[in-house]
Design a protein around this ligand. Structure first.
Ligand code: KIV
Length: 261
């Protein structure tokens, strides 16, 4: 998979993206996804943080490296964490280049609209493919005053449209649209030349992304826009209970099966 192939999917077929943070999930998801996103949502789902604000470059690089090593066909995109790109376009380039060198990923993702357009242009013109991210920006949760649906009303729609257009025109190869009202995705998708990838943004987008732990049913309170395709949390619970029962009953390990002679 490549950035140009992802761009060419617009109008052809929907882009399939899912987050991955570990080697085992990367190798399974590689069979079905076009893009693996090492999202900074790892702060929430792997490290139990309340927001992604505290996620570090070191966390993104460690998980990015594991995913790249075990991803086959898909494009691997690594999120730039809060504080690693907002200060200046030069800071953004230094950190994006570090992420690419140390993980081997194909592209980085940057949250932000018009205010980030100059940075996106600086990176893309210097060999760093960038995925944009507009609508709800989880890294700005403190400024937004909570995780709120974006793009409500005419004014809200105009804002998201302006943001997506600015990021696409600056050279992003696709744009994530997160948690926006249902009337937003269609005009945004029609007005930018690169694929929109939605999360809580309706099926009018050019593709979809979900956080893997939500998709497989490993998180407890999933947002409305999530479809749970499995209940892996329940299976883990049953498996550990069965193991615990066996250990207490001394029926594991079994003499013939699990023991060295
Ligand atoms: O960090 C992440 O997982 C993301 C997706 C929600 C798009 O940015």
């Amino acid at each position: 998979m490549s950035v140009s192939k992802i761009k060419a999917l617009k109008g052809e077929r929907p882009v399939v993206m899912v987050t991955a943070y570990t080697a085992s999930v990367a190798s399974i998801a590689s069979r079905h996804a076009d893009i693996l996103l090492v999202g900074d949502s790892l702060g929430n789902v792997i490290y139990g943080m309340d927001t992604t604000v505290s996620v570090t470059m070191e966390m993104m690089i460690a998980h990015g490296r594991a995913v790249v090593k075990h991803a086959g066909y898909p494009l691997v995109v690594v999120d730039m964490p809060f504080g690693s790109f907002q200060e200046s376009k030069e800071q953004a380039f230094r950190n994006a280049a570090r992420i690419m060198k140390e993980t081997g990923c194909h592209a980085v993702k940057i949250e932000g609209g018009i205010e980030m357009a100059e940075t996106v242009a600086f990176l893309t013109s210097r060999g760093i493919p960038v995925m944009g991210h507009v609508g709800l920006l989880p890294q700005s949760v403190n400024a937004l005053g909570g995780f709120k649906v974006q793009g409500r009303g005419e004014e809200g729609l105009d804002q998201v449209l302006r943001d997506a257009r600015a990021i696409a025109e600056a050279g992003a190869f696709s744009v994530v649209l997160e948690c926006v009202a249902s009337h937003v995705a269609e005009p945004v998708t029609a007005n930018i030349s690169v694929p929109t990838i939605g999360i809580g943004a309706s099926n009018a987008c050019d593709g979809q992304v979900l956080v893997i732990d939500d998709l497989i049913g490993l998180t407890e309170n999933t947002p409305k826009f999530v479809k749970r395709y499995a209940e892996v949390g329940g299976q883990i619970d049953q498996a550990i209970k069965a193991y615990s029962d066996d250990v207490i009953a001394r029926s594991f390990p079994e003499h013939d099966t699990h023991t060295f002679s």
